[in-house]
Write a new protein. Sequence first.
Length: 146
Amino acid sequence: MSIPEITQALLAAKKEKELTFADLEKILGRDEVWIASVFYRQASASDEEAKLLVEALGLDTIYLKELTEYPVKGLGPVVPTDPLIYRFYEIMQVYGMPMKEVIHEKFGDGIMSAIDFTLNIEKEEDSKGDRVKVIMSGKFLPYKKW
C-alpha cells in the first residue's frame, strides 16, 4: 500500500512534536480514530479542524485545502459481494490504517489475536432506527524479538 504524501507529512510532524492521536483528540475535540482517518485521507476535516490540526503539528498552511477535500476512500480493489460482509470490508478500508496506528500507539508493535478473541453483536434500540453494536476483543500479541 502506498502512503499518500500528505499522510507521510502529517505522521512525520506528529512524531516530531511527540504527539499522540489522543493528544490531538483534546485539541480538535474529535475521536482519535477519526483524526487518524483524516491523516490517512479516509475522512475530511472542516476548515476549523484543519486549521487546528495544522497549527498543532506546526505545518505550513498549504495542507489546509487537501485536509478539507472529500477523500477517495478505501485501500484496495477486492470487493465482497454480500452486502453485510461488504460493510465490514468498507469499515476496514476506511478505518483499518487509523485503527492500526492507534493500537500501535497504545500497545506497541504487534497484532490483535483472532484466536484469543471475542466478538459480540448487540442490538441497541434507537428511536431513529435500531443500531448494530459490534464489540471485538482480542489479546494483544507483541512481535517477538530474537
